[in-house]
Every structure is written in C-alpha cells, then in structure tokens.
Design a protein around this ligand. Sequence first.
Ligand code: ATP
Ligand code: MG
Length: 447
Amino acid sequence: MMEHKGKVLMEKYELGRLLGQGTFAKVYYARNLETSQSVAVKVIDKEKILKAELAEQTLTEVSVMRLIKHPNVLELYEVMATKTKIYFIMEYAKGGELFNKLAKGRLREERARKYFQQLISAVDFCHSRGVYHRDLKPENLLLDENGTLKVSDFGLSALSDSKKQDGLFHTTCGTPAYVAPEIIRGKGYDGAESDIWSCGVILYVLLAGYLPLHDSNLMAMYRKISKGDYAIPSWFSTDVRKLLTRILDPNPKTRVSLAKIMDNPWFKKRLNSKPIEAKTEVNESLPLDGDKALVPPKNDAINEPKRELIKPAKMNAFDIISLSTGFDLSGLFVENNQKGEAKFTTTLPASNIISKLEDIARELRLHVTKKERGMLKLERLEEGRKGGLSIDADIYELSSSFHLVEMKKAAGDTLEYHIMLKQDIRPALEDIVWAWQGEEPRLQHYH
Ligand code: ATP
Ligand code: MG
C-alpha cells in the first residue's frame, strides 16, 4: 500500500499519503515540486481497466474533461502513464468528502441547498458539453479548502460503467443507492436523466441524513429503487418536497429536466446572483492542441542541454491513454495503415531514439538525413525496383519521457519496404519499443 509514498512521478510530483481508494484506483496526495502546488494523483492499474474494457466513447470524455473548467468540477490537470499504470493528476480537494459533514447529522436546508446548487451547476455545465457523470455518489462529491463543492470523476465514467452494465454485480463495488431505476432495469438509459436522479438522491440524503431507497436486503433495495418507493420525512419543507418528487421520478421520461430544476423557486432561493464564471478552454481552431500538460514547459531545455528539438504531438489525454494502454482506437489518431505505417511508443529520450535509428540505418546501409524537429529520412542510395527506397521517421513528444515514433515509406517499392520493416527494422527496434501501435491485438503487452 505504501509502495508509492515518497516516489517522484515524472520528476515532477512527489507522492504523499493515501487519500482514498476506489474500485480501480488509489488516490494519493502529492505535491508539484516545481510550483509546490498540492494535487491529488489517481493511480489506475492498467490491467484493471483493460479487464473492464473501457469503451472508446467514454475514453473520449477524458479528453473532453481536460478541456472543461468549472468551479464545481474537480480539475484534471494532467494525465501520465507508465508501462503498468495511468496517473490522473487532479485538483486536490482539501476538505475531503462532502458526506463527512453528515457524520454529525443532516444538514440545514440552507446548507443543503447551497451544495445542491453547486452540484446542479457542475452537472449542467458538463451535460451542456456532452459529458455525463454516470457515477454521482458521495465519494465523488468533495470539498476544497473553502468548502466549495467539487464534483470528481466527471468524464471518467467508463471506469464505473463496467460495474453498472450489470446492476447486480455493481453492488460488489459499492452501494446501488444512487443509481437510477432505469439503470437497474437494465434496458438502456440516458446519461442526462440518470445523473438527475442521482442528484435527487444526494439532495435527499443531505436533508434527511439517510438514504431514500434503502434495504438491508439487496433484492428488496433494487425493487424499491425500481419503483421509486421512498417516503419523504416530515421536516422537509413543502417546496423541497415538490422538487424532490419531480426529480425522484422513476420514469426517466417524465423526470424533471435540469433546466426546470434551475428554474424551481426552492432551487433559486439565495442562488448567487452573480453567475458562476465558467470557462471552457476549448480552442476551436486547435482542438487537439489544448493539452498543454503534455508539452513540457519551455525551461525544460535548460535542465536537459542535449535535448533534441522535437515536435510535441498534437495529442490529448485520450490519445495518450489509448497509446499507453495499447488500445487501437483507429480513426482518431491513426488514420489507416495502407501505407505500411509503423508506429511505436518508447520511453527513451529523443536523442536516444535518433541514435538508435542511426545505428539501424548504418547496419542496413541506409543513408540518414536529419530533418527539422525530430524527423529522419532513411534512404537506400542504390536503385531499388522503383527507385531508391526512402523511409521517413517522425518522432513526436507525448510527454517529456514518452515519445511516439512513426515510420512510413516515402518512396520506393512497397513490398521491399515491408520486408525490410518486418525482417530488419522491427526486430532491431524491439529493445527500445514500449508498445507497437495500431496493429497487434491490444492484450499483446499485458498478460
Ligand atoms: P470509484 O471506484 O467508483 O471511482 P471512488 O470515487 O470512491 O469510487 P476514487 O475516485 O478512486 O474512488 O477515489 C477514492 C477516494 O479518494 C475518494 O472516495 C475520496 O475520498 C478520495 N479522493 C479522490 N479524489 C480526491 C481529490 N482530488 N482530493 C482529495 N481526495 C480525493
Ligand atoms: Mg471518485
């Protein structure tokens, strides 16, 4: 359990104590050594998520989350990966879980409303950007040092989805208490509607101090949830009672919408008149370039004088996860492979990759020309069947310690190229390759 303590991630984050543990991950406190900023690092075991078969679509959401900023959404700063683990560097919520506040009993209506307003604001913001939570529950409602609500794990729903595909198995990982009836019924559901239900359960718990739909017998609990069989405590005000009944509607089609919730008189009471400044960092013209975290800061060069000038890859968290897990998510990054492109990731610095390619070229009697920014041309000068064979190798920086190398035929005979690639180049590269991309079954690297 303490395996991580004191460890420094990517020369940047010093790991501290364990903050908590979920189904797929452990969360540690950490400190950014450059800025002293406190962060939380969620460490995910790749094998676990491979087993859970993360869907392509939900992985995309991770990258969306990198671009979403809202005062009540826990920020995801950076995504990093090693051979066996994925690290999410997140905002640190110093106040811990909101529900610890309930240990002393239920909340007064004013307090509950304030948290509920913040929750709805976060959920609405993300929904408007097509991101659904699907796992809204107490463990994902955190507080910062000012007591502001921060919803965590938005866009990481893939991790919890697999638990929910089968409502029954889900219970081994936690309580189904916050799960919408339609999910339990297992006939498909809409992310927006089921998130609204979970918000209703959360509001109920804040006001009551206990769950609306609970039974020590699990089957009975499912039945209750499915029917929406709950009672409203006598101390709930008429206004909140009305609202809750509309939210906790077991029929998702007639359940109240977020727009209606935000227009509800109980909800609007004492709502900060100043709308929360929510900004999205999406830059329309550079959709994949927004992930600054994957590009090391400029002054990196000072510490690393020999560093090669390499193109930062236009990648986002999604791409890096898909690469690092060995998923083939063709179409998003990998166009198609008719040109015999070969791609691999490596943890070697660019200068080592270049010298490795130079060694291989020498061995194969290819002439090497270094072009600008991490591009190499490998050419056979004597004439081949269709003129001299020429191979381009491009090195992209995914993070300061993780590179992607793409090789493709620039000129010459395709068959000749394929043979050389298969018989000479690939075997020679094997000791620097971390994972080949886009062609092998993804489990190749994980047994
Ligand atoms: P699940 O496995 O369904 O995601 P979970 O949300 O409890 O369940 P994690 O997201 O791995 O699991 O988080 C584990 C615990 O770590 C949380 O319950 C919370 O108490 C703590 N935690 C998570 N993120 C942070 C954070 N950014 N700041 C402080 N504590 C956190
Ligand atoms: Mg969580």
